[in-house]
Design a protein around this ligand. Structure first.
Ligand SMILES: *Cc1c(COP(=O)(O)O)cnc(C)c1O
Length: 410
């Protein structure tokens, strides 16, 4: 089955109790039982029922299973937000004293989260790029995970997943990939060698800008060494599934980062159109990037442009697509603000992955708490405008951006 067919007719898109076409919304806190013994079995994980929505909910399960099928995973847990997914995934494998290796091209919130983890004694080692030399130098006996974004937001650096995962695996370390910007339409990191995939479902998976959420998908293949991964040692009997079992029955449940059932439903129906949205969004982004790159005084960053440093990965890893985010520099913060304010069809908002085109000045918003060198390493300069491409008609968008840029020149 090709992508859209699998999306609509995959094994996880049916089988609801009363034949519903979509999963029913179990908008409840708790589930009732006739007999105390039945609830006891659920708590002991001896039967598949539900007890309390922080611990498990059928609408959440439907959403999890569908994303899991698209990513080719062995199991998934959905969370209240993308940040919550990243936090619990890392906390599930790292104890105080352990280290995480990451690249500096990261989402701002994730950079800030690494600051919080540092206060708990979990240190992050930043490398400029995931080159073999940088990684081999950074890996120590304390390293527990290599973490990075498949396409970084907004620097648009692309991780060479086969290369990075083989270096990681040689050292007995798993690779966790934030694939929010790529989505399973553009790439499936597990099939490229990653061990765990994380999404902020708030973005392209939901697609309509109507709910915050996250998901962690485990490939179920990493051979955990329980002497080294003491964070998982209680879950040793689950072998390769220890990570997923710890998340599900321990950390995720205890931290309380569950997704709301209504959000799981909205994200589930958002997923229906992921393929056609992404195709349109990527086509629009490419056309706008091409148009803006002909203007003088404007420096455009988009993956399909032949001068982009990660251009070769479009065909190598990204199924021929460049994703939905582009950015451009216009010379000064003041000019960037003038351009943004005069756009007619783009909404000023701090989000990506909406159907509507969104624009933002990241340096003064998403990265205002991030140190200058960190944000510049993440591709955010004082004059950078980030565009999250929507599905509007491209001629209107190009005309609008070109006018706004030309008018802002004085
Ligand atoms: C938005 C985003 C996150 C955080 O997700 P939330 O749902 O906002 O918590 C993490 N990683 C990337 C790449 C993102 O774009």
């Amino acid at each position: 089955m090709e992508f859209n067919t699998k999306l609509l007719h995959g094994i996880t898109s049916k089988g609801y109790e009363k034949g519903e076409i979509l999963p029913p919304i179990s908008q409840v806190s708790a589930f009732q039982y006739e007999k105390m013994e039945d609830l006891e079995r659920v708590f002991a994980h001896k039967s598949n029922g539900f007890a309390y929505s922080r611990i498990g909910n059928p609408t959440l399960n439907s959403f999890e299973q569908r994303v899991n099928e698209l990513e080719g995973g062995a199991g998934a847990v959905c969370t209240s937000s993308g940040m919550s997914a990243i936090a619990v995934a890392l906390l599930a494998v790292c104890n105080s004293g352990d280290e995480i290796i990451t690249s500096s091209a990261l989402y701002g919130g994730t950079i800030n989260l690494f600051g919080d983890l540092n206060k708990l004694g979990i240190k992050t080692v930043f490398v400029d790029d995931f080159t073999e030399d940088n990684l081999k130098e950074a890996i120590t006996y304390k390293t527990r995970v290599i973490y990075g974004e498949l396409i970084s937001n907004p620097a648009l650096k692309v991780m060479d997943v086969p290369k990075v995962s083989s270096i990681a695996h040689e050292a007995g370390i798993p690779l966790f990939v934030d694939s929010t910007m790529a989505t399973p339409f553009i790439a499936r990191p597990l099939s490229l060698g990653a061990d765990v995939v994380i999404h902020s479902t708030s973005k392209y998976i939901n697609g309509g800008g109507n709910s915050i959420g996250g998901i962690i998908v485990d490939g179920g293949r990493f051979p955990w060494d329980f002497e080294k991964y003491t964070a998982l040692s209680e879950f040793k009997k689950y072998g390769k599934f220890a990570f997923m079992v710890r998340l599900r029955t321990d950390l995720w449940e205890n931290i309380g980062g569950c997704m709301a059932p209504m959000n799981a439903f909205l994200s589930y129906i958002g997923l229906d159109t992921l393929g056609i949205r992404m195709e349109r969004i990527c086509d629009n982004a490419k056309a706008l990037a091409n148009a803006l790159s002909t203007l003088s005084g404007v420096e455009v960053s988009y993956l399909t442009l032949s001068d982009h440093p990660y251009h070769e990965y479009v065909d190598k890893e990204l199924n021929g697509y460049g994703g939905g985010v582009l950015s451009f520099r216009v010379g000064s913060k003041e000019r960037a603000f003038r351009v943004i304010d005069s756009l007619k069809y783009s909404i000023i908002a701090s989000n990506i992955g909406d159907l509507r085109t969104l624009v933002i000045h990241p340096a003064s918003t998403l990265y205002s708490k991030t140190r200058r060198e960190d944000r510049e390493a993440a591709g955010v300069f004082d004059d950078t405008i980030r565009v999250s491409m929507g599905i509007e008609n491209i001629h209107d968008l190009i005309e609008d951006f070109v006018n706004a840029i030309n008018e802002s020149a004085n």
